[in-house]
Design a protein around this ligand. Structure first.
Ligand code: PAF
Length: 282
């Protein structure tokens, strides 16, 4: 149990952080949209191991949801989240209202070319501009030494790495490996929307990706392997499969050079729930 402080405004956040800075303490930031689960808790424990103080933010950022997306049904359960943060020894929760983050007259958007394009960028118009804008703001509001993000949102992680480098934001960005359920399903706040049949089918995405990655690392041609995997997912009951692709692990450009690190990434729908996952190709 900790003495969790909860603040809702930027001046309050800055005052607490400034006090810690005066005491020479290091600060880690874990940005979230709440509905905290074990994967968030892993980020927080990693943050705890690396810094004197941990700031968690909970903000369901409207600008990263397209008009047709699930902003209104995105799970929100602040009281439960606060109890988890207390139990986990977190120092500070910043949970601003929308008007604190986007006051009247807000007019600036951060867009990141290259890594934002393709994959989720093609299927979620404006999503990465929304993420890049809010993460830039959270980093500048908190000015932490490091910020932690899950590798499950792999393209998001590369977008954030790129914007901090390009905008000279003095923060270390740490990607933490995807936390999985025992059957391999990547943990996600959206998994609560899966009905029992869909939940039983959901790990098939990770299994299919693992098989495809093994074939590719054994020398099979990427195109046919990904096409066959997509067919298998559709036959199993997923659909649509938005992408099932191998990319350069850093630039996210099509992976032409097998000597560079490669990543297999996929997004597939199960009923009304969109699942994403990614794994390294060894
Ligand atoms: O990964 C998320 O939960 C969100 O995209 C983030 C990074 C908190 C920005 O809203």
């Amino acid at each position: 149990m900790s003495d969790l402080k909860i603040v809702r405004t930027i001046p309050e956040l800055r005052a607490v952080v400034a006090e810690w800075r005066r005491n020479g303490q290091s600060i880690a930031l874990v940005p979230t949209m709440g509905a905290l689960h074990e994967a968030h808790m892993t980020l927080m424990r990693e943050a705890r191991n690396r810094a004197d103080r941990v700031v968690v933010t909970i903000f369901v950022n409207p600008t990263q949801f397209a008009a047709h997306e699930d902003l209104s049904t995105y799970p929100r359960r602040e009281a439960q989240d606060i109890a988890s943060l207390r139990a986990d020894g977190i120092d500070l929760l910043f949970a601003p209202d929308e008007s604190e983050v986007y006051p009247e007259g807000f007019a600036t958007t951060v867009t990141v070319a290259g890594v934002s394009e393709g994959l989720c960028g093609d299927h979620r118009p404006g999503h990465f501009a929304g993420v890049a804008t809010v993460v830039t703001k959270l980093l500048l509001q908190t000015l932490p030494d490091l910020a932690l993000f899950g590798e499950k949102d792999y393209q998001q992680l590369q977008v954030i790495r790129t914007l901090t480098r390009d905008l000279d934001i003095p923060v270390d960005i740490l990607g933490i490996p995807t936390v999985r359920e025992p059957d391999g399903l990547a943990m996600s706040s959206r998994n609560v929307h899966l009905d029992p049949d869909q939940r039983a089918l959901a790990p098939r995405l990770h299994q299919t990706m693992t098989d495809a990655a093994a074939q590719i690392s054994a020398g099979a041609e990427i195109g046919p392997v990904c096409a066959a995997a997509t067919e298998q997912l559709l036959a199993a009951g997923f659909g649509p499969v938005e992408y099932f692709e191998v990319r350069d692990a850093e630039t996210l450009q099509p992976a032409l050079d097998p000597k560079r690190p490669r990543r297999l990434l996929s997004a597939a729908w199960l009923g009304a729930t969109r699942l994403i996952d990614n794994i390294a190709i060894q």
